[in-house]
Write a protein that binds this ligand. Structure first.
Ligand SMILES: [Mg+2]
Length: 272
């Protein structure tokens, strides 16, 4: 097959289910990224997973042989922090349902995570309640978040993923925690930052000064990765690893379908 992918200058990869599944690297992933790198393509990782910082993702990718600059790694945690600081300024505070990635990315932009160091001595009110995947979610955390929202804190969802793949099978995602808060507060998030919101893709296009037509996103979820790509007006490639198989019917029956569907990232090697 010809070098179909050569028309693109900018490649945005989802990680979970595309590059790796749990601890297992998907066959061909490192080769595809190396081949694109050799062709001087611009490569970004864009993940809805908010549990790690960009630096942690950098190290995690390096361990499996993928070298990406920290600046080329976008997570919903980083994107949430960036969005809040750009739109509402820094020197704010937030109650966080989330893990180290979300806590630290917020702290880096001077949005103080009030529950990072202690669950005691919390302030009466906060500017934001920011929600991401929290594998130590506890009833008390939901109770604090609920009360802050009812007192006027802005409810921000880093992403709305219903679940995620892991080595131990499928696990509840950030979306299930967002739903818990939506149910008890009667309020929907002011904004959901992660995919399918095209906000971060647009930010990447802006930064790299590449047109949407020269950009492609590779993802396993139709509802997030592919929809974000379609929303941003870029080209989309759906892989059937990760959540791909379970979202294939959804993709095939959607009014706007992925531009290309392949079995796995490995198939891209033939068309680079
Ligand atoms: Mg994925």
């Amino acid at each position: 097959m010809s070098s179909v992918l050569d028309q693109f200058k900018l490649f945005i990869f989802d990680l979970d289910g595309v590059v790796y599944e749990g601890k297992k690297v998907i066959k061909g992933a490192t080769d595809v990224l190396a081949a694109l790198n050799k062709k001087n393509k611009i490569i970004y990782a864009l993940t809805n997973n908010s549990t790690l910082t960009r630096e942690m993702y950098h190290d995690k990718l390096l361990k499996i042989g993928i070298k990406l600059d920290v600046e080329n790694i976008m997570t919903s945690a980083y994107a949430s922090a960036y969005y809040l600081s750009q739109n509402f300024g820094s020197n704010k505070n937030a109650y966080v349902i989330g893990e180290v990635g979300l806590l630290e990315e917020l702290e880096k932009v001077d949005i103080f995570p009030v529950n990072k160091y202690s669950q005691n001595e919390l302030p009466e009110t906060v500017d934001f309640v920011v929600v991401g995947l929290d594998r130590e979610l506890h009833y008390n955390k939901l109770a604090f978040a609920l009360n802050y929202i009812l007192k006027g804190a802005m409810f921000i969802a880093s992403n709305d993923d219903p679940n995620l793949p892991s080595d131990n099978g499928i696990l509840p995602g950030a979306g299930s925690m967002v739903s818990a808060l939506t149910t008890c507060s009667g309020k929907k998030p002011y904004i959901t930052i992660g995919k399918p919101n095209p906000i971060t893709i647009n930010q990447i296009l802006n930064k790299e000064q590449v047109s949407p037509g020269n950009t492609v996103i590779i993802g396993d979820r139709f509802t997030t990765d592919i929809s974000a790509g379609l929303n941003a007006g870029i080209k989309t490639i759906m892989v059937l690893t990760g959540a791909g198989k379970s979202e294939l019917n959804l993709a095939l029956n959607a009014p706007q379908k992925p531009h290309m569907i392949v079995d796995s990232i490995n198939d891209l090697l033939k068309i680079i």
